[in-house]
Each structure stands twice: as C-alpha cells, then as structure tokens.
Write a new protein. Structure first.
Length: 319
C-alpha cells in the first residue's frame, strides 16, 4: 500500500511539473520599444499640420499584443532632441505608478517588464505632466491582452480585426489649461485624423481608406476612447453590435447592442456581422452629434471584393 501511494504521489508530482513546463513553454516574452517623438503630423484629409507628441511617430502609437501570462519587456526612449519628459501608462499593467510609470527626461531611457494577468483591451498613454496635454497631442494607443486559452464558443475567432481610437483635437497644442477645461476642441480624431475613414462626409477623404469585409464576416473592432473629457456613444449605423465585450474581456459579453457608452480612458471589443449575400455598408459613429460631425465617423463596406489583407495578419489600423 505504501509503495502504491508513493507511486501515485510521484506520478502526480511528475504531472504537475510537466504542466508547469508546458505553461512556461507557452508563455513568451513580447519585446516592445517606443521612441517618444515630438513631431508634426497631418490631422485631416486636406493636409492640416499639427504639432504632435507621439510614440514612434504615429497617432495612435503601435498596437501591442500579448497573451495572459506573457512577459511584456518594454523600453521607452526619450531622445535628447526632445524638449519634454514623457512616460508610459499601460492600463493592462499592475505595477508601481511611481516606478514603471515615472517620467523619462530627454536623453534618457526607461526599461521595465510586466506580466498581464487579465484578458482585455486596454488604453496606454503618456502620464507626464500635464497629462491632458500629452494625451491630447497624440501619446496614446492600444494594448490587447488575449486570453491564455484562446478563442471559444462565447469568444469566437473573428474574420477581421480593426483598431479604432478616438481622440479630441485642440488646435492650440500649447494651451494645456484649455484642454483640461475642454475649451476650444475643434474635431474628433479617429486613428489620428478627422473623418479619417469617411469619404461620405469629407470630400477630401478616399474610398481607399475605409474598413472592409465580405458579407457575413465577423468584424471585430478594438475601440479605445482616448478623449480628454468626452464620453463616446459607440453605434454602428445600419447595423447592431452582435456582441460587446466589456473591457475586451471574454468574461464580459453582451449581446444585440445598438449603442454602447464608453467613458474616457476605457476600451472594449465590438463585434459586428453583416448580412450574407449582399453588399452593405455601415457608418460606425460616436452618436454624440457634436463629435460625429466633427470627424468621428468610420465607413465599413461589406462587399464580395473586399481586400483580403485588410483587418488580417496584424493589419489592425488602416494608415
């Protein structure tokens, strides 16, 4: 009997160790390097220039993607040519705000690691003072944390994936006080531009810069409200959200939603499935009219000749 118990315990121990090794093998290190760039970008379809602060020169910054249990190995470079300190605040990271998220002076570099524990879609942004100005000028983006076990019946694999990030445009980039008080905002940026994907309302926009899918495909949108002060009423005109995953978590599904409210600095997943067998289009909007008619409209065209590359293989953002 003692030999039997010892044998069973040994087998159990081996199984536990084997399981731990499998988990260790499956987990990976995701290396991410951002360079803070104080630059000039175009913020509409007619070529208006803006004194932007960015990560890697784009608004929004690069999409970061990892799984629960992975190690995100992050480096922030602030070149000595910059005039301001910058930082990073990953909403997916549970760390020390006074350490990992501390400002980095020009000419310095900061490195840290974190292991995300909760699946979801999260905003990241600069937290250097004044934070409102750093965010408004473009220092924000998306980090997607996928569930460790992948897709499931309640969290199906999409046919296409897009990232949409909404921000407020303040023409006077130096007036941080106006940003805090919400004075003088003149436009809504979607992925860094007003009417970025809307040739219907902006004659300067292009039909080549819209979201596409084939009829019947499941399109998954990772949406972040990076506004400084304004909530978003996220709605697909001529459609209904098939599923909304609050905070992007597979644990938080809602079904058959017409409009969903998004507080500032929040993110969620929105799935939409177009009718099969015919060409249709949706206008994905912030149904707050003051925002929609200042740029927060995105066209999704569902047709049989949809570009097979868009929304696939990491092409989350139509640039």
């Amino acid at each position: 009997m003692r030999l039997l118990k010892a044998s069973l315990l040994s087998c159990a121990t081996i199984a536990m160790v084997a399981g731990m090794n499998v988990s260790a093998i499956q987990a990976k290190t995701v290396k991410v390097t951002f360079t803070a760039e104080e630059t000039t970008l175009t913020i509409d379809n007619k070529g208006t220039k803006y004194a932007a602060w960015t990560y890697n020169g784009t608004i929004p910054g690069p999409v970061v993607r990892a799984k629960v249990g992975d190690t995100v190995d992050f480096t922030l470079i602030n070149p000595k040519t910059n005039k301001n300190s910058h930082s990073i605040d990953f909403h997916a990271a549970e760390v020390n705000v006074l350490d990992e998220f501390a400002p980095v002076k020009p000419g310095h570099t900061k490195k840290f690691k974190f292991v995300p524990q909760r699946a979801g879609v999260y905003m990241y942004h600069c937290g250097a003072s004044p934070m409102a100005q750093h965010i408004a000028r473009g220092m924000y983006g998306v980090i997607i944390i996928d569930p460790k076990k992948g897709y499931s019946r309640k969290f199906p694999k999409p046919d296409r994936e897009y990232v949409l990030v909404q921000g407020q445009y303040f023409p006077n980039a130096d007036d941080a006080k106006a940003m805090i008080e919400n004075r003088g905002w003149a436009g809504s940026l979607i992925n860094g531009k007003m009417f970025n994907y809307d040739p219907v309302h902006d004659p300067n926009a292009s039909m080549k810069r819209i979201l596409v899918s084939k009829p019947g495909e499941r399109v998954r949108i990772y949406f972040v409200n990076a506004n400084i002060n304004m909530p978003v009423a996220f709605h697909p005109i001529a459609g209904i959200w098939d599923r909304v995953y609050l905070n992007g978590s597979p644990k938080n599904p809602l079904y058959d939603i017409q409009t969903w409210g998004m507080p500032v600095a929040s993110a969620s997943i929105f799935d939409i499935v177009s009718p099969k067998g015919k060409t249709t289009a949706n206008a994905i909007v912030d149904h707050t009219m003051g925002a929609a008619l200042r740029g927060a409209i995105t066209v999704l065209l569902n047709s049989k000749d949809a570009d097979p590359k868009l929304g696939r293989n990491g092409n989350y953002i139509v640039r």
